[in-house]
Write a protein that binds this ligand. Structure first.
Ligand SMILES: Cc1cc2nc3c(=O)[nH]c(=O)nc-3n(C[C@H](O)[C@H](O)[C@H](O)COP(=O)(O)OP(=O)(O)OC[C@H]3O[C@@H](n4cnc5c(N)ncnc54)[C@H](O)[C@@H]3O)c2cc1C
Length: 460
């Protein structure tokens, strides 16, 4: 079917006011936040409700047309780039919080609600939505669920996966299902909710999401410790956790990131340090005072930190958190392209893996800064390069292939929180094995028999 016919048929189905096929719109939806991936969709449609989503997916099924659900397009694994044309279905018009129940500590939302809007709304009830990806100002709950987004609170609180109770979703043939619900305990049948979380738009399209909320903590407190090298910082992380503290925040920056952030934000960071460790906790004021002081003591006395500072007030704490949150923009301004990657390794292997990443950078003549969630062993090696320099682009691709081989060696994963998308699909089988890969393909067939939902990703 021609692109023009596709647009006409979708307009007849759900109204021309939510269908776009002009060149500017198609271009705008040809990329997401992943560098180096691009592909033009044939048409964009933005349904207003579940019935419209169902009609559109059924149409795509019957006409064998690829369909890609898209939230904010902030993913970093080319999960929404239309590599085979077809329909991009923007979920951003379905952006209502349908219910907040303080007594049940849940919210029911449409998928296009942004993470920050949900969190700010439930804050009025003294609650919070735990998953806090760095993209929280723009990314949608639908996108967060489809990628099981993480953030800075993974060690203590887990990721999106731990906060999804129920889903309404449209299968690949247009049928609508409900999984889970509002219950904390429910073991009736296979846990389809959990299977759909992290499925990256390949099994079903979420149209309503029931999330678990948590009480908003009374207080939070942060500190920063500087180390001569990452091994010492990693040693401090191990000692902190083995001392019985489960901190809400344990983030690190390597020296390349510290220098870039200081140059960008002028926060007074120690740019001679080999590694910076940001630590913090939340909860009741007395206990966090104790746990953060203890973490500072462990960093200084037991782990040889060259300097430790505790944030004296909220402004100082915000500055410390900002140092971590602005790592990407700080690195990004060093050249015309930055490739932010995401691997996870057991905590005890973290320092060695970061050193190996630095060696890979040296081997290929590339600048790679690594920051990440030290408590989770979740590393974000970030390559900064000149996008017009073909040699550098080739070198970056080769370096990435070596970086993605590291998790297998250390018992880790090629993605801790960003997802597989198209970018990591070539590396998946090597990690999970051919039997598991075949199982995933079989699962996809059950949910999406025609293979129209986000083709070229997991299950393909
Ligand atoms: C600056 C920056 C910081 C980031 N920080 C983090 C971080 O700390 N932690 C983290 O985990 N990620 C992070 N990310 C990655 C990204 O923001 C997350 O993956 C986020 O969850 C994507 O949400 P989105 O609304 O942009 O989804 P999109 O990018 O639009 O889509 C992502 C995936 O979800 C699917 N999808 C979207 N909506 C639906 C739906 N309704 N039903 C079914 N499938 C759907 C898409 O098909 C796609 O596979 C960051 C990205 C940037 C640019």
């Amino acid at each position: 079917m021609s692109a023009a016919d596709l647009a006409t048929k979708l307009s007849n189905l759900v109204g021309s006011d939510v269908v776009r096929s002009d060149a500017v719109s198609l271009q705008a939806y040809s990329r997401d936040a992943t560098p180096m991936f691009e592909g033009l969709p044939e048409v964009i449609v933005a349904p207003r409700n579940t019935a419209e989503v169902s009609k559109i997916v059924k149409f795509a099924h019957d006409t064998n047309t690829p369909i890609i659900a898209r939230g904010a397009g902030s993913n970093l694994c080319a999960a929404t780039v239309p590599l085979n044309g077809g329909i991009v279905m923007s979920m951003t018009k379905m952006n209502q919080v349908l219910e907040v129940s303080k007594s049940e500590m849940i919210a029911v939302v449409q998928p296009g609600v942004t993470n920050i809007d949900l969190d700010e709304l439930v804050a009025k009830e003294g609650l919070r939505f735990i998953p806090d990806p760095g993209s929280r100002n723009v990314s949608t709950i639908g996108g967060n669920v489809a990628t099981s987004a993480g953030g800075l609170r993974g060690l203590k609180y887990g990721t999106t996966r731990n906060y999804i109770l129920g889903l309404e979703a449209v299968l690949g043939n247009g049928e609508i299902i409900r999984t889970g619900g509002r219950l904390v305990k429910d073991v009736a049948g296979y846990d389809v909710t959990r299977l759909l979380v992290g499925s990256e738009g390949t099994l079903a399209i979420f149209t309503e999401i029931t999330v678990a909320l948590a009480p908003r903590p009374e207080a939070s407190k942060y500190g920063v410790a500087y180390f001569d090298d990452l091994a010492s910082a990693a040693g401090a992380v191990e000692k902190i956790i083995s001392s019985g503290i489960l901190p809400a925040t344990l983030e690190f920056l390597d020296n390349t990131c510290v220098v870039a952030v200081e140059d960008f934000a002028h926060l007074g960071l120690d740019t001679n340090a080999g590694a910076l460790l940001l630590f913090g906790d939340d909860g009741d004021a007395v206990s966090i005072e104790q746990s953060v002081n203890k973490m500072a003591e462990i960093a200084k006395l037991a782990s040889g930190a060259r300097g430790v500072t505790l944030a004296a007030d909220i402004a100082a704490a915000d500055a410390l958190l900002y140092a971590r949150r602005c790592s990407l923009p700080a690195l990004a301004r060093l050249s015309s392209m930055s490739i932010l990657e995401d691997i996870a390794v057991p905590r005890k292997a973290m320092a060695e893996v970061v050193n190996r990443i630095q060696d890979i950078g040296k081997k290929y003549g590339l600048r790679i800064g690594t920051f990440g969630h030290a408590g989770d062993g979740n590393l974000h090696p970030t390559i900064v390069l000149d996008k017009d320099n073909k040699d550098e682009v080739r070198a970056a691709e080769a370096a990435l292939a070596e970086i993605f081989a590291l998790p297998r060696e250390f018992g880790g994963s090629i993605t801790g929180e960003h997802g597989v998308g198209s970018a990591k699909l070539p590396y998946l089988e090597d990690l999970i094995g051919s039997t598991n890969m075949q199982l995933q393909r079989s699962i996809k067939k059950v949910f999406d028999p025609a293979g129209i939902l986000n083709p070229g990703r997991i299950g393909s």
